[in-house]
Design a protein around this ligand. Sequence first.
Ligand code: SF4
Length: 381
Amino acid sequence: MMGIYIHVPFCKQACHYCDFHFSTSLKHKSALVNAICKELEIRKNELNLPIQTIYFGGGTPSLLTEKDLKQIFNTINHNFNVIENAEITLEANPDDLSESYLKMLQSTPINRLSIGVQSFFESDLKLMNRAHNSIEAEKSIHLAKKYFNNISIDLIYGIPDQTKDQWIQNLEKVIELDIPHVSSYALTVEPNTALHYFIEKEVIPPVDDDLAKEHFQILIEVLKANGFDHYEFSNFSKPDFSSKNNTAYWTGKNYLGIGPSAHSLIKNKRSWNVANNIKYIKAIQKNILPADEEILDKTDRYNEYIMTRLRTKWGIDLNVIEKEFGSLFKNYAIKLITEKLKTNLLIQSKTNPNIFKIHPEALFLTDGVSAELFMLKLNTQ
Ligand code: SF4
């Protein structure tokens, strides 16, 4: 089984915190959709496995029209074997989800929406320069629920000036609106973003790690108390609503990334397309894949396993490490895991002594703990 990720690199306006690849001009949208279809054709034989998930990410995929989506789905169906119950997700912004657009989406194979709500508060949305307002945020969910069962929303916490009360109210809105999946991320300040500039200029207060940590703990408490499974660091789902697409990434499944800046993982090769719409379109028109690549060696794959699995509820498994990477890696992991158990950063599974997870009180430190379990390349070469 494998997945297809399609990057749609257009947005109506630039959110202050965003460092993804996108353009605010839709001038080349048709040429880009043609190029996406051509890349799908060029790469159809890279890995002949059934397609279990298709994910339209961005950018803002809800800027795609019915014609664009039909063209892309026709190309996928002609060139790939998509399984019957494939999970097909479209990321959408609240301001695009009119009743007529949702009706149109329902007539396509799309069966899951991931809505970029980010916050139900006007002040947060303004600070982040989101294209939608708080009324649209809520209205889009009411409308989306008329056409789709499988809905996820994104929420951002740790926003400067966002109070603890507002954050709790955002989570209560999730419960009130009966949304079955939430992806929630701390606001981060990336270099070369407007947010970085405004903080430097003291127009916006700095992002506070302690505030983010407090919000993260509230997030876990509120959602778990309301029947959500915290199945990955940033992801929470009601039973049967976990994202197959995300789970495939964390379990090392292969995926084909299509479109400018999209990343692919095929066997041990990771590749990434050029993050420039014009360069991407021109290269694809000449049948050239504008991508760089790296071959992941055993150490890269071991580190990736540690990093992705420790973020999940499944944790890291010594049997898997031995089977996939050999006894050198297993012994190395045991030595470091033993240290982390003593300092209460990891816990051993009660049902399987080979499985280790992040200690519930160290969850906010997950990425740092992973990095300390990494194998340094110098040790193995
Ligand atoms: S809509 Fe998404 S991709 Fe576009 S600028 Fe905002 S955060 Fe970035």
